[in-house]
Design a protein around this ligand. Structure first.
Ligand code: S3P
Length: 449
């Protein structure tokens, strides 16, 4: 049972305090986005998919359970090594029980897309955080393709019943917001449709679904559209073949110890195999602009996903302005960037953060609250976040995590360099994406109690 399923689970608070230099070499867990996709495409392929380096966090394990419930054979064959025997595109079986995605918007929304192309009915559910998140943005295109929404919470929220289409239609869809989850749901439903399904996005979002579909044998073409966008065309009804997937380390998870290494004086930490897909690296660009010392070496790639070793050394940071068009490439990293900004000298302005309001929590409000309660001056202006960096953070605050793993990790990172300790009310949700965060940080020298 995951924490989010367990109504009796007690919160597990933790305090982080000023720590000595962080040093050592670590590999953070496998990328969450790629892990979900490897399981889902493995389940839709014919033959065996072997995955190494899978993230064994609660979010991904819930997707693995859903694939099993939909008829795929999913087995753990070793540490972070998994085998999936798929049922083929449109081959999903009707699940006997509701599919519970816990805290995970990605797992839930991508599987909705895959189910929408199959003639089955499935009930989708999740924890209180996921039940509060918008699903209409996914249901709208899936309904255009022939799926039908049955009973649901208000505004199409979970728990909801989805009836997949017997004869799904290919569509041309312009995503209303830059969202890899919307794009991926349409493409996964499009696998079952005859002809070409096209998604147009005005701001390119992470392209792991496109890269992995190609890796599994689909015909998919992505071309530039406007100054920052993409047009993606998928030919439907391919036979996907089981493949080998090596999951690189998650740059979003790496962002927490990376920022910690930058703000804790004297730190020098090496991170191996960090995925460097350019649609995920906006934080590293920004931290370098702020004066952060992040050196990249040993650059290589696997199945279209580049990765590199990073060496990060403590640095004096300065405030910068982050343009709105960078948001899709660092959408999950603004919380920890705000922490770096609080330790910088000068003002950091982060523009165009409206999507942060609909993540695991309202991250715009939660980030501002996390900083304020620790004595940092911060302002929300429309969709922008403005942090006044003073080179140090007073600390001594208790941070509310709102069932959001990234708030918990960001606040703990802040506490490692703040003048006084920083406490978080609940660390349990860290297990959704980075189960070993606390021991890994301790191994580098972080002090938690
Ligand atoms: C993800 C896409 C992003 C991101 C999420 C993972 C994905 O969400 O915030 O953590 O794997 O496709 P949106 O697509 O809604 O921006």
């Amino acid at each position: 049972m995951t924490h989010s399923d367990d109504p009796t689970a007690q919160p597990t608070p933790l305090e982080a305090r000023a720590s000595g230099p962080l040093t050592g070499k670590v590999r953070v867990p496998g990328d969450k986005s790629i892990s979900h996709r490897a399981l889902i495409l493995g389940a839709l392929a014919v033959g065996e998919t072997r995955i190494s380096g899978l993230l064994e966090g609660e979010d991904v394990l819930n997707t693995a359970k859903a694939m099993h419930a939909l008829g795929a054979r999913v087995e753990r064959t070793g540490d972070f090594a998994w085998s999936v025997r798929g049922v083929g595109v449109t081959g999903f079986a009707q699940p006997e029980a509701p599919l519970d995605f816990g805290n995970s918007g990605t797992g839930c929304r991508l599987v909705m897309g895959a189910v929408a192309g199959c003639p089955i009915t499935a009930i989708f559910d999740g924890d209180a955080s996921l039940r509060s998140r918008p699903m209409r943005r996914i249901l709208d295109p899936l309904e255009l393709m022939g799926a039908k929404t049955g009973a649901s919470g208000p505004g199409g929220r979970l728990p909801l019943t989805l009836h997949g289409a017997r004869d799904p239609l290919p569509i041309l869809y312009r995503t209303p917001v830059a969202s890899a989850q919307i794009k991926s749901a349409v493409l996964l439903a499009g696998l079952a449709a005859p002809g070409v399904t096209t998604v147009i996005e005005t701001e390119a979002s992470r392209d792991h679904t496109e890269l992995m579909l190609k890796h599994f044998g689909a015909q998919i073409v992505s071309t530039p559209e406007g100054p920052h966008g993409r047009r993606i065309a998928l030919t439907g009804q391919p036979e996907l073949h089981g493949a080998q997937v090596v999951v690189p380390a998650d740059p979003s998870s790496a962002s927490f110890p990376i920022v910690a290494a930058l703000i804790v004086e004297g730190s020098d930490v090496v991170f191996s195999d960090v995925m460097t897909n350019p649609l995920r690296t906006g934080l590293f660009t920004t931290l370098r602009e702020m004066g952060g010392s992040i050196e990249e070496s040993l650059v290589r790639g696997d199945a279209g996903e580049p990765m590199a070793q990073f060496r990060v050394r403590a640095s004096r940071l300065r405030g910068v302005e982050v343009p709105p068009e960078r948001a899709p490439s660092m959408i999950d990293e603004y919380l920890v960037l705000a922490v770096a900004a609080a330790f910088a000298e000068g003002t950091t302005i982060m523009r165009g953060l409206q999507e942060l309001r609909v993540k695991e929590s309202d991250r715009l409000e939660a980030t501002a609250a996390m900083l304020r309660v620790n004595g940092v001056k911060v302002e929300i202006s429309g969709d922008d976040l403005i942090v006044e960096g003073k080179g140090h953070v007073p600390g001594d605050g208790l941070v509310a995590t709102h069932m959001d793993h990234r708030i918990a990790m960001s606040a703990l990172v802040m506490g490692l360099a703040a003048d006084k300790p920083v406490k978080v009310d609940d660390t349990a949700f860290i297990a959704t994406s980075f189960p070993d965060f606390i021991p890994m940080m301790r191994s580098l020298g972080a002090e938690f109690s």
